[in-house]
Design a protein around this ligand. Structure first.
Ligand code: PLP
Length: 567
């Protein structure tokens, strides 16, 4: 009998262990299924593969015919390239000289200069179309470089420039005048800080505010608080979404360590919701509403433009529906829903993405434009989530500091910005915002279609991305033609054009003319030559073969060198 119960107990434990393992296995499987099939959905594999990709480059001949273009087309491209290079060197002479000199000591400049085009073309592009990264003045919607060239600004200063540079010059100046008496005193606060908090509570609909120095830090703090209050460790972010460069929210290529407490799930997916419903270790979900323009895709940089595979499509209704579903699951599971509005806050609507999509978050992060032109990050949240200590456990705190967190000059510029939002002039800029920018995108697309140019733009209000309609290996060249036509892009190139809301119809018409001129030059010089066999998949396959061949050649060289080495 005793043996019987022992056996029973043994079987019982065994059965329980099997059941637990099966349940764990099922959960693991559900997690795998909720990952996006792309490499950006698999951070660890992506990082490993990134290390596998060897550098190689095209020589001066292959540079012009890497898509198998015939001799005459390659020759035409070469002529176009040399002319463009000549135009750059004459027009941007001083700006290029200053950029090259500064790059020697500026790691950021070296990095951005290296990552403008696919690496196979990098050396020749840098040699002939060097970076011209300095500007000396802004005025209206234009920037002036060191050679005195005025360019239309499509960089939007990474999204900060929402209301026009002149607006921010004023907010900074007026703000500085208001806090001059106090100066850069930290630790104690200027009264404007309290007023800002009040206005931000109204805008966000949330109870409490904390100030930080950058969007990255605001996100760090929001996640830290979510972990503290839920007692759970894991963060869910969605594939492709950028939330700053802090390790936990940037788990893929670019982060040398492994983010062990981050789940990167597929956005707009029932499978992701299932994971949120089942797992008990999830503290928060981070949403970057900018991804509505291209869910699950990485920020579209021209250095990744190896073919015409870049895609974008904005559907406000479906994205809004997704956010509502997410909201419901987070509420049911006590998961903190964080909208990271560092980029889109104030750009889509005065009340940000919450207002625009009609969904409320538990916490919202803001930054960029909210600083009135100065650096800032802000977290808004429910009182019970923002609290940094427990009344009944005095030693259990959630620390957040930062020397410059509430700098009087930043608070003053922010105060000017927030007050300006209430003025009739700024109100006019927000009126029919989407209608205005959609009509402008339609207008540019109609002109491109009429001219039979293989380029289209897709937009989320005033944030645009350029897509290419015919397979090509040379789309990245467009950024250089645009610059030559006086359109200034950020270093990620045609992936993101950001307009400030003070663009008039006349300004925009000038941009359209220049855009058309740049794209026509691309066409004229054969960069968009097309062979029907050249599909995007075929291009990808070619590049993959080149990578493998290079890797193989290196391995063989290494073995050979090893053999030659004296024992
Ligand atoms: C959505 C989002 N979150 C966070 C950040 C990081 O902000 P910052 O560059 O101020 O650190 C960015 C920056 O682009 C962003 O777009």
């Amino acid at each position: 009998m005793q043996w019987g119960s022992a056996t029973l107990a043994f079987y019982g434990i065994g059965a329980a262990a099997v059941a637990t393992s099966v349940a764990a296995l099922r959960k693991r499987l559900e997690l795998s299924q909720a990952k996006h099939p792309s490499l950006s959905g698999h951070a660890r594999i992506a990082r490993r593969l990134a290390r596998f990709v060897p550098f190689y480059e095209y020589d001066a001949e292959r540079f012009f015919c890497s898509d198998g273009a015939p001799h005459d087309i390659a020759a035409r491209r070469r002529v176009g390239f040399n002319r463009l290079s000549q135009a750059y060197r004459t027009r941007f002479a001083e700006t290029i000289r200053a950029s090259a000199e500064a790059a020697e000591s500026l790691s950021d400049l070296q990095f951005t200069a290296a990552y403008r085009v696919p690496f196979q073309y990098r050396r020749l592009v840098r040699a002939h179309l060097p970076s011209a990264s300095f500007v000396q003045a802004s005025d209206g919607v234009t920037l002036t470089d060191l050679d005195g060239n005025r360019c239309y600004d499509l960089t939007g200063s990474y999204g900060v420039n929402l209301l026009g540079y002149d607006f921010y010059k004023d907010t900074i100046e007026r703000g500085a005048a208001r806090v001059r008496g106090l100066g850069p005193v930290l630790g104690s606060y200027h009264p404007l800080l309290a007023e800002n908090a009040k206005m931000l509570k109204e805008i966000s609909g949330l109870d409490e505010i904390s100030f930080h120095m950058s969007g990255t830090e605001a996100v760090m703090q929001a996640v830290r608080l979510a972990r503290y209050h839920t007692g759970r460790a894991h963060v869910v972010r969605f594939c492709g979404a950028y939330h700053g460069w802090w390790d936990d929210v940037q788990p893929g290529v670019g982060n040398p360590t492994t983010a062990r407490q981050t789940y990167t799930l597929t956005e707009m997916s029932e499978r992701a919701l299932r994971v949120l419903r089942k797992r008990r270790n999830i503290a928060c979900v981070l949403v970057n509403p900018l991804q509505a323009l291209h869910p699950n895709l990485n920020p579209p940089s021209d250095s990744a433009l190896i073919n015409s595979g870049r895609s974008a499509h904005f559907d406000k209704t479906s994205y809004g529906k997704w956010l509502k579903e997410l909201r419901a699951v987070c509420s049911a599971r006590n998961i903190v829903l964080i909208f990271d509005e560092v980029f889109v806050g104030f750009r889509l609507a005065k009340g940000g993405a919450q207002e625009y999509f009609g969904v409320r978050a538990d916490m919202v992060t803001y930054g960029k434009t909210l600083g009135g032109g100065l650096p800032v990050g802000v977290v808004c949240g429910h009182h019970d989530l923002m609290k940094r200590y427990h009344d009944d456990r005095p030693a259990d705190i959630c620390l957040a500091r930062g020397t410059f967190n509430s700098h009087p000059y930043v608070m003053a510029a922010m105060n000017e910005f927030l007050h300006a939002l209430k003025t009739p002039q700024i109100d006019t800029l927000y009126r029919d915002l989407d209608a205005v920018w959609n009509a402008r995108a339609d207008m540019l697309n109609a002109r491109l279609a009429t001219a039979d140019l293989p380029v289209r733009v897709v937009n989320l209000s005033s944030i645009w991305t350029v897509c290419y309609t015919r397979p090509s290996r040379y789309n990245w060249m467009l950024q250089y033609y645009l610059r030559a036509e006086g359109l200034l892009l950020s270093w990620i190139g045609t992936g993101r054009l950001i307009f400030s809301l003070n663009y008039t119809d006349a300004d925009f018409a000038a941009v359209v003319d220049r855009f058309l001129a740049a794209a026509s030059a691309m066409q004229r010089y054969g960069w968009w030559w097309h062979n029907p066999a050249l599909t995007d998949r075929a291009i990808k396959r070619t590049v993959l073969k080149e990578i493998i061949a290079e890797r193989w050649a290196r391995m063989r060289r290494a073995v050979f060198d090893d053999e030659q080495r004296p024992a």
